[in-house]
Design a binder for this molecule. Structure first.
Ligand code: SAM
Length: 239
């Protein structure tokens, strides 16, 4: 069932169409949520809400489970753009975690294969993927250090402890010309990965840290709470 975002003066809610909705601001009948995007609905006590289309981030913030640290927008966006993946690409990743990056990849790539060693994380990510209705995602419980990745992928993304121990398997499952990207919160992990690149058949393209600074508009100045360090992104290209 499709989700809608209800935007009120004070609060915003994510709900499914066809549900009777009880809000802090009163009750909405189930058929009120049949309203088209851009229409306004009114609760039984006269509070109004605009009905708008939720995006993936609305779903993540308000409707999905988040059990693990997720990859940030600034890093996810850079990986997508830098590796040039698109509708004709196949992407593999480990670990799935909460499935945030899985779902970002699913919006861009043709097919996403995601591997997770922990059953509880995998089941939580499975519920998230089902709620979003991403049909191009395959989820599997697997330790990629032991059992590697399926297929020949345009991108293999590693966000897991000791990514260097999965690098050979990742490179083997990457098409020549494709990328293996390691997401490493600490710099020592970057070194551990790059040391293995040669033996794995990867050429070290770059290691970057992306940054994002949000600005207040009136008065103009940077917001005090800028996002701190997230992780280093290390790109290896299979030649
Ligand atoms: C930080 S989370 C990934 C978050 C995910 N990238 C996201 O944006 O939602 C790291 C995950 O890697 C999984 N993991 C660790 N070692 C693994 C391995 N050898 N094979 C597969 N998954 C592994 C962990 O269980 C954990 O769920």
């Amino acid at each position: 069932m499709e989700h809608v975002l209800l935007v009120g003066e004070e609060n915003t809610y994510l709900r499914r169409r066809g549900e009777r909705v009880e809000l802090q601001e009163g009750v909405l009948d189930a058929d009120a949520l049949d309203a088209g995007y851009g229409e306004t609905v009114e609760t039984h006590i006269g509070e109004t809400f605009a009905v708008v289309k939720p995006d993936l981030n609305d779903l993540f913030e308000r409707g999905l489970e988040q059990r693990t640290q997720t990859v940030s927008h600034k890093d996810a966006g850079y990986v997508v753009s830098r590796t040039g993946i698109g509708a004709d690409s196949t992407v593999a990743e480990a670990g799935t975690g909460s499935g945030f990056l899985t779902l970002v990849f699913a919006r861009v790539a043709g097919e996403v294969r995601s591997y997770e060693v922990r059953e509880d994380h995998l089941e939580s990510a499975r519920r998230n993927v089902e709620k979003v209705g991403a049909e191009n995602v395959t989820l599997e419980q697997r330790d990629v250090k032991e059992d590697g990745f399926e297929g020949e992928n345009d991108l293999v993304f590693l966000d897991m402890k000791h990514p260097e121990e999965a690098l050979e398997n990742a490179a083997e499952a990457t098409v020549p010309g494709g990328y293996v990207v390691c997401y490493c919160p600490v710099f020592e992990q970057v070194r551990d990965c790059v040391e293995v690149f040669d033996d794995a058949g990867l050429s070290h393209t770059e290691t970057v840290e992306t940054s994002r600074r949000e600005w207040r508009v009136f008065p103009a100045r940077p917001e005090p709470q800028t996002v701190p360090h997230t992780a280093f992104l290390t790109f290896g290209r299979r030649i």
